[in-house]
Design a protein around this ligand. Structure first.
Ligand code: NAD
Length: 420
């Protein structure tokens, strides 16, 4: 994920907490269990001293939060971003607990961050930040304790440095991180896994609710790792991608944009979407006014909200490819308007599912074929989707509440069985 990815306007934990309460009420969860599941299991705040290229020293602040590990080792990304504070990291770690539980992979939830701007660091300084942070948190890492992955401002190279720093003490341990380069034990299919999983979910919904993907209209905010692959896979299924934006605005074409060429231009060559010929230029505000069947936010948190667009958006389904794109009030508005919102921790779980496959391959010391990765990814996504859909139909609750019911009950059951 690139450094410009997400500055979350509404901090993650505020959104997560209100959703938690609705599902906990529905499950009749005991007060002690609510308290237990709200609090992070462990929160570590560290200094990250680094020698700069000019010889001076800088000290950054870093965090690693393990929200819950009842169902397995904690799992979650590490972001390098100036706004990465503890509050945000706790919210994101919590979401990882629900995401891994709903996907039914044997992990808990974690997240980490270093308050720095990776765009202002040289490659050597970036490596120094990574190694310094890893040394400080390595005591709580490990293949059976806590397994980081890339997030905003970090990438496969950063994971390789974490692997190296950790392995210097523990011996070669590829399973300590996921999202690694292939040469060091990364998995085939990881790059496109989140986008592929998003489209698998759309396919399932399409079948159940008679909304064929072929010929349907798709609008996507964000054309990075998630948005670009969603566009590509939906296009392959015959959808018309009518509008796309990135941080600099975007394009609209009612006949459908030329996605294979746009993919090369904007994703592979990293050029602005708006500079691609073949559509009318639009701003990010105009994106929300374009009628469509599938609206796919794949960039920022809090972008669909009461103040700007929740009442006017004209779509049949919101597919939350980004983390927390819809505020709780906007969620309520969509409920009143009868628009389904497929929640982030169901829709974008493909990345962490293939991270789980990567970890499993490292422990087995046996790489899987791309076909095996994609087949098992489809199975995991479909099973999670089916479980949520059954609750939506049986209990007449929104998709997010249904997803929470499954995730919360799984984590609570593991907590009860393990005891205290
Ligand atoms: P990325 O950095 O690869 O891409 C982000 C895209 O959003 C870029 O095209 C960027 O230009 C665009 N963007 C940034 N600010 C914008 C703005 N104001 N308006 C419109 N577009 C804007 O990031 P990504 O990996 O694609 O992640 C996107 C979202 O998906 C994030 O919310 C992330 O947390 C979530 N997510 C990603 C993964 C993954 O595997 N990459 C997994 C789960 C969730």
């Amino acid at each position: 994920m690139s450094a410009d990815a997400t500055i979350t306007p509404m901090k993650g934990s505020a959104i997560v907490t209100s959703q938690f309460d609705a599902a906990a009420d529905l499950l009749g969860l005991e007060p002690y269990m609510r308290r237990l599941l709200r609090m992070p299991f462990r929160s570590m705040s560290v200094e990250v001293p680094v020698r700069k290229d000019d010889g001076s020293f800088e000290v950054f602040r870093g965090y690693r939060v393990q929200h819950n590990g009842a169902r397995g080792p904690c799992k979650g990304g590490i972001r390098f971003h100036p706004d990465a504070d503890e509050h945000e990291v706790v919210g994101l770690a919590t979401t990882m607990t629900w995401k891994t539980a709903l996907a039914d992979i044997p992990f808990g939830g974690a997240k980490g961050g270093v308050q720095c701007d990776p765009r202002k660091l040289s490659p050597r300084e970036l490596e120094a930040v990574t190694r310094s942070f890893t040394r400080r948190i390595s005591i709580i890492l490990g293949p059976y304790r806590d397994v980081p992955a890339p997030d905003m401002g970090t990438n496969a190279q950063v994971m390789a440095w974490i692997l190296d720093e950790y392995s210097n003490r523990a011996g070669y341990t590829p399973a300590v991180v996921t999202g690694k380069p292939l040469t060091l034990g990364g998995s085939l299919g990881r790059e496109e896994a989140t986008g592929r999983g998003v489209v698998f979910t759309m396919e399932e919904y399409s079948r159940d609710f008679k909304l064929p993907i072929e010929g349907s209209r798709v609008v996507i905010q964000g054309f990075g790792n998630v948005g670009a692959f969603v566009a590509q896979f939906a296009h392959e299924l015959g959808a018309r991608i009518v509008a796309v934006t990135d941080v600099d605005g975007g394009l609209h074409n009612d006949q459908g944009l030329d996605i294979p060429k746009l993919f090369q231009h904007a994703y592979r060559q990293r050029k602005p979407v708006a500079e691609f010929p073949g559509g009318t230029r639009i701003t990010n505000e105009q994106l929300w006014t374009i009628p469509c069947d599938w609206l796919v936010p794949a960039a920022l948190g809090g972008v669909i909200n009461k103040e700007s667009n929740a009442r006017s958006i004209d779509c049949k389904v919101v597919v939350e490819a980004a983390n927390s794109p819809t505020t709780p009030i906007a969620d309520k508005i969509f409920e009143e308007r009868g628009i389904a919102v497929l929640p982030d921790f169901l829709v974008n779980a493909g990345g962490v599912i293939v991270s789980y496959f990567e970890w499993a391959q490292n422990l087995q010391q046996h790489p899987w074929s791309l076909e095996q990765v994609n087949t098992e990814l489809r199975q995991k996504m479909t099973t999670a989707y089916n479980g949520v859909r059954d609750i939506v139909k049986a209990k007449k609750v929104p998709w997010r509440t249904a997803a929470f019911v499954i995730a919360l009950s799984r984590v609570a059951e593991a907590e009860r069985l393990r005891g205290h």
